[in-house]
Each structure stands twice: as structure tokens, then as C-alpha cells.
Write a protein of this length. Structure first.
Length: 167
């Protein structure tokens, strides 16, 4: 091969490389790749938002259930503040929420006193109720915890004690 033939071959190769045939196809493929990345990012944002909305819905339903159960404790007489409740609308430990899912309620009732150092500061008989709402479906995800103190002085149906509180 001669030098002239080699130069001619290089020119033809250079001319072929400078042609713009097929360049639109490459640009189109790059544009599609960028568009796909944008679509997948938007889809991921929607999925994340849907999960956050579902969690918020479960939490608000659990709060409503906790409020309902705490109201049942408030409506009960002091001697009937026990868990599980045996009267009223709050006897189930697995209520169905407004969303149609089953939640789990657990409660602890502890007795105590509000008297401090011999000086009367409150009732000598109080009960503290702590409600924990978990679910739905699993008992491991705690959605709401609420606590309230009930005094023999203020609770209805005081029972046999005629003067449980000092004035």
C-alpha cells in the first residue's frame, strides 16, 4: 500500500466520521434515558407520599380509638376502672377502626396517691391509666400512647366512702 492510498483511506474515514447520519437517533436515545430517570424519580416520590399518608391515617385512627377508650374510663365509676373493661362500649381489646382495620388496645391501671409529705395536696386514692394502641394487623407497631389520672375525689359513683377528699 502506498502513502497516497493510505491518505485517501484516512480522508474517506474522516469524512464518514463527520457525517451526521444517525446522530438524531443517538440524541433521541439520550433524551429517552433522561426522561426515564425523571419519570422513575417522580414515581418514587408518589410511592413515598402514599406510604406517609397510610401511616398518618393509621396514627389518626389509633388516636381516635385511644380517645374513645379514655372516655369510657372517664365514664366509669372509680371502682370500675380496671382493664380489661367489663361494661360499656370499650370491652374489646381489638376494636375495628373507622378505616375497617383491626387495632389492638392494651392498658395498665395502677393505683397510687397524690398526697405529698403529709400535707394534703390531692386525693389519697388515684388510678393512672395508660393506653397503648398498636396495629393494624401487627401488635408491634405502637401508634399511640396516652395516659390519664383518675381521682376518687372527682370520679362519679364514689362508692361507700362518704368523704374521700379533704377540703
Amino acid at each position: 500500500m502506498t502513502a497516497t492510498a493510505d491518505i485517501g483511506r484516512r480522508r474517506r474515514l474522516g469524512a464518514r466520521l463527520r457525517r451526521e447520519e444517525g446522530l438524531g437517533l443517538v440524541e433521541l436515545l439520550i433524551a429517552l434515558l433522561v426522561l426515564n430517570i425523571g419519570i422513575f424519580a417522580t414515581l418514587a416520590a408518589f410511592t413515598s407520599g402514599a406510604l406517609a399518608l397510610r401511616r398518618a391515617s393509621h396514627t389518626s385512627t389509633a388516636s381516635a380509638i385511644a380517645d374513645k377508650y379514655m372516655e369510657c374510663f372517664r365514664d366509669a365509676s372509680y371502682t370500675n376502672i380496671t382493664w380489661p373493661m367489663t361494661t360499656g362500649n370499650c370491652t374489646s381489646a381489638a376494636p375495628v377502626g373507622a378505616d375497617g382495620l383491626t387495632y389492638h388496645v392494651s392498658a395498665t391501671v395502677s393505683a397510687g396517691s397524690q398526697l405529698s409529705s403529709g400535707t394534703y395536696q390531692g386525693s389519697g386514692n388515684v388510678k393512672t391509666v395508660t393506653l397503648t394502641i398498636t396495629g393494624p394487623g401487627t401488635k408491634t407497631t405502637v401508634l399511640d400512647t396516652t395516659s390519664s389520672t383518675f381521682s376518687l375525689c372527682t370520679q362519679s359513683a364514689l362508692g361507700t366512702e362518704t368523704n374521700p377528699c379533704k377540703s
